[in-house]
Every structure is written in C-alpha cells, then in structure tokens.
Design a binder for this molecule. Sequence first.
Ligand code: 2HA
Ligand code: ZN
Length: 276
Amino acid sequence: MQFLEAEFVQGFIRMANDGWEQGWHERNGGNLSYRVKPEEVEEVRESFVEKEWQSIGTTVPDLAGEFFLVTGSGKYFRNVILKPEDSICMIELDNKGENYRIVWGLVNGGRPTSELPSHLMNHEVKKQVTNGKYRVVYHAHTTNLIALTFVLPLNDETFTRELWEMATECPVVFPAGVGVVPWMVPGGREIAVETSKLMKEYDVAVWAHHGLFATGEDFDLTFGLMHTVEKSAEILVKMLSMQPQKRQTITPDMFRNLAKDFKVILPEKFLFEKEK
Ligand code: 2HA
Ligand code: ZN
C-alpha cells in the first residue's frame, strides 16, 4: 500500500488539519504523535527508507522497537494536508528506547517535533497505565485555555473544577480531571518528566502560558478531548468577561448525582466547598 493511503496516516492528517482549522496551530505551533500498531507498520513497510540513528534526548525503555507517526520540528500544521511527506515523519525506536531513526517522510530534511521527549514519555506512561490502549498524544496552543493560565491559580484542583462547572459533559469526558504544569522551558526532558508524571493520573495536562497536552485511544477521542477542554475554557473566559462571580453553577452534590447516573468516578478532591 502507498504510505499516504493507509488509514492511520489519513486519520493523522485529518486530525492535524482539524486542529489547524480550529485556530490552535499558528505558524509551527503544536505537535501530534501516534503509536503505530504492528499490523499498520507492516501495511506501509515497503515504503521505508531508513535514515541514521539519533538520540531521543531521554530514555523510554517500554517503547523500545515501537514506531510512531509524528509532526516535524518547525513544520506547520497548515501544511500537513498539503504536503504531508514534507511535514510529518514515521520513526522507529531502537531496542533500548534511547535512539530513533526516520523511516519515512521529512523528504526535505528536518527532525521530529521539538517536543519529542514529552510525546514519548507521555506515550510510555499511557502505554503502561492503559495496558497499551492509548496511542495518541496531542499538543495544541488552545487560545482560551492559555488565557486562563494568567487568571486562575495554577493547580489541578482549580482548573479541573472550573472547567467541569462550565459544561455538564466535562466531568463525563475527563472524569480524572486535568493536571497543571507551571511555566517551564519547552522542548526538553525536564518538562517531559513533569508532564508524564501528571499523565499517570490524567489524560490532559495544561502547560501554563503555553498550551495543552491531551492523550487518548484514537484520533477522534483525543481530538474530542482537546476540543471539549478548550470549549469549556472558552465558556469560562466569556463568563469571567461578563462578571467575575457566577450567579449560579453546578454544585458538588450535582456532580455527585451526575457521577452516579453516568457511572463515572469523580475524585472528591475536586468536589471541595468553595469559600464564599
Ligand atoms: O512549535 O508547540 O511547544 C512547536 C511547539 C513547541
Ligand atoms: Zn507548544
């Protein structure tokens, strides 16, 4: 099969373009990665041209030998649908999870996303805690959520509770809540370590004054998660712009009732009584 015809490649390209159309990917902002299934690797293996091994910049032993489809460093989400072979690549990890090599794409040169350490460390944690179910890691510069990181205290409890209150579906879509990483230099191992620690517990991590990371089983669920969190952030920005106090909202007991009917577990640490 032609590489670009494979369903997982088509799904990746569509998701990148959906993010572009949402306005979350100015210039080269954001990045996307997908842990490719073994049978999908075989579908496209005949297209591989293996390049030299390079250091990942961190170690991910539980991902040794795996293949990933990733956006390229400095590449624009806008261009993924127009020239995928120049904008994205498939990489293979070595048998220690220390090095990668490009096996397809980035035909005009370049490297995988500058956030490769964060993507791979998140994949490693999610592979462990979901028994291999999760395959997608997505980073976007979501406008309203970023705006909130200048206004709300930077902790998991506040972000989770405020986002949950803005739309009844939120606690059902992300019942575990969201984690918050304070401002850190992007692109390196340190921010990757902090983010992947949060990913043991959450599917979403906020990067203060920068953007969001979302993880999930497939493209639809991961994009939908990003979209739901950002929509909720937009409602909160609109609400705070009208008046600082809520006249009415969803209360902790209402969340407990919702949890019962929708059969989700909502951690009590997010259902605190607020000070008046
Ligand atoms: O430019 O979003 O975090 C890509 C990024 C870095
Ligand atoms: Zn970014």
